[in-house]
Design a protein around this ligand. Structure first.
Ligand code: TYD
Length: 134
């Protein structure tokens, strides 16, 4: 899908363990203004269910696993994130749902802007309308 892809980060592993550096603009295609992380989510819970008008983000599953569905009117893709050396880049105007969290899932999200509720489209019908207007 345009505007969405898996990013691979450097894994600086040695006998002492793993280290994965992630730099803005070099490893993710934007300046990181915010991070947040999600954990302690029940298996039955579906999170997300929104699109962003302008925001870009990269989702990195640091621990456990989670499924991410990304959707546009013409396309739908499913990713199973379970590798801390990979991130799912999601551009703007893409509908995102996160589900099938394991008990130990720790999901880190790197974001291109500060939190702003007016950037969210939380209703799928409104999302479709806004795409038609673009
Ligand atoms: P929300 O984006 O709805 O979570 P998800 O998409 O993972 O289901 O955010 C949940 C709540 O947290 C909501 O009240 C907004 C608030 N929030 C912030 O205050 N700052 C943030 O950076 C984020 C991502 C959410």
């Amino acid at each position: 899908m345009d505007n969405c892809r898996i990013l691979s980060f450097k894994d600086m592993s040695n006998k002492y363990g793993h280290l994965v550096p992630v730099e803005q603009e070099n490893d993710v295609p934007f300046q990181i203004k915010r991070i947040y992380y999600i954990y302690g989510v029940d298996k039955e819970t579906i999170r997300g269910k929104h699109a962003h008008r302008d925001l870009h983000q990269v989702l990195i599953c640091l621990k456990g696993s989670v499924k991410i569905k990304i959707k546009t009117p013409n396309n739908e893709e499913l990713y199973h994130l379970n590798d801390p050396t990979r991130g799912l880049y999601v551009g703007n105007l893409i509908w995102v749902e996160m589900f099938d969290f394991t008990k130990d899932t720790l999901l880190l999200v790197l974001v291109s802007d500060f939190y702003d509720e007016t950037d969210y489209i939380r209703n799928y019908a409104v999302y479709l309308e806004e795409l038609k207007r673009d």
